[in-house]
Design a protein around this ligand. Structure first.
Ligand code: TRP
Length: 334
């Protein structure tokens, strides 16, 4: 039987912070299922992260913690290629070559560069500026069809296509032109104590982290802002009742219940019963994730096995592309 070749998908994840309920319900939850349809490569983009100063021990810890959390959220290392960017030298190698096919003007126009150099005015380093050519290398090495990214990264994927086109123009068809893929978002989770803003690690009181202890999670839900209207009933109305609606959408995402079912369930109960019920449902959803992530982090040999096998697999594909590129630009074969 002939095996149908799956489409390829590549995505990088910056190991820059702890994952939270918004990341999970809005995106990561759906990633496990992608492996049925696509051949997926995911890497911890540690090389990108050092464009901004990091504490070395924190970067190392977060890289592993984040990898463990993604696995715990359902990214099966048997079905996906999971690795650490700096473990596959082809990224740095192709990154250099592509730097020479990326124009100063193009890099100057990147919004993320402008934003980040305004934010880190004391450290506008060369890496921050040329980051998009490294990202182009990350992508093009795997000849992917699709690159799942948030809206903020679309510009980088478009630049990647331009770089690939420029390279192909000089050297023939080397790179496949990838498409950005903006995944349909899951629940849009808002801050528990400021429901007009998205849940974010920068507002930790309204944010539920995946590895947080159940009692801390429950405390945050009990303190969640409900609305100052007088009816005190559980009803979905984003305009009039943003706090309650946010809790309903979280409850719906973790239980699968519809808004009508939730309204019926808490009819006449007031918020005193509703808030801890949402907290409890979230705790039960996150429990297996936290347990699995902790188990993985404590099993150093397992985690090491995952990222070593991932890097080996990734390097196999990446080196094929790199060899082609080196030959095309005129480097003597190693
Ligand atoms: N730049 C991306 C971000 O900041 C991370 C990233 C690095 C990436 N390399 C990538 C995403 C390649 C997709 C493909 O979120």
């Amino acid at each position: 039987m002939e095996e149908v070749k799956k489409k390829v998908m590549v995505s990088g994840i910056q190991p820059s912070g702890d994952l939270h309920l918004g990341n999970y319900l809005g995106a990561i939850k759906n990633w496990g299922a992608r492996a049925e349809e696509f051949d997926c490569y995911y890497f911890m983009a540690d090389m990108h992260t050092i464009t901004v100063r990091q504490t070395p021990a924190d970067l190392r810890r977060r890289t592993l913690e984040q990898l463990a959390q993604y696995i715990a959220c359902g990214l099966d290392p048997e079905k996906n290629t999971l690795f650490i960017q700096s473990h596959v030298p082809a990224h740095a190698e192709l990154g250099w070559v592509l730097n020479c096919y990326t124009m100063f003007g193009e890099l100057s126009r990147m919004t993320q560069f402008k934003d980040k150099s305004a934010k880190h005015a004391d450290n506008i380093n060369g890496g921050l500026f040329t980051y998009p050519s490294l990202m182009a290398a990350d992508i093009l090495l795997y000849q992917p069809d699709l690159v799942p990214v948030g809206n903020d990264q679309k510009q980088h994927v478009e630049l990647t296509r331009n770089i690939a086109q420029r390279f192909n123009h000089f050297h023939g068809d080397v790179f496949k032109l990838p498409e950005p893929y903006i995944p349909a978002t899951g629940a849009r989770v808002m801050s528990l104590n400021a429901p007009e803003s998205k849940m974010s690690k920068s507002m930790p009181d309204g944010c539920v982290f995946l590895l947080e202890k159940p009692e801390d999670i429950q405390r945050k839900f009990k303190r969640a802002i409900t609305d100052s209207d007088t009816e005190h009933c559980v009803r979905y109305d984003v305009e009039q009742k943003p706090g309650v609606s946010n809790l309903m959408s979280i409850y719906s995402a973790v239980t699968g219940k519809s808004y009508a079912e939730i309204e019926a369930e808490f009819d006449g109960c007031g918020y005193g019963k509703f808030k801890p019920a949402v907290g409890e449902a979230v705790i039960e959803t996150l429990r297996p994730i936290r347990e699995e992530a902790t188990r993985i982090l404590n099993d150093k040999a397992y985690l090491e096995g995952v990222y070593k096998a991932g890097a080996e697999k990734a390097a196999y594909t990446a080196n094929k592309t790199l060899r082609k590129v080196y030959k095309k630009v005129g480097f003597v074969a190693r």
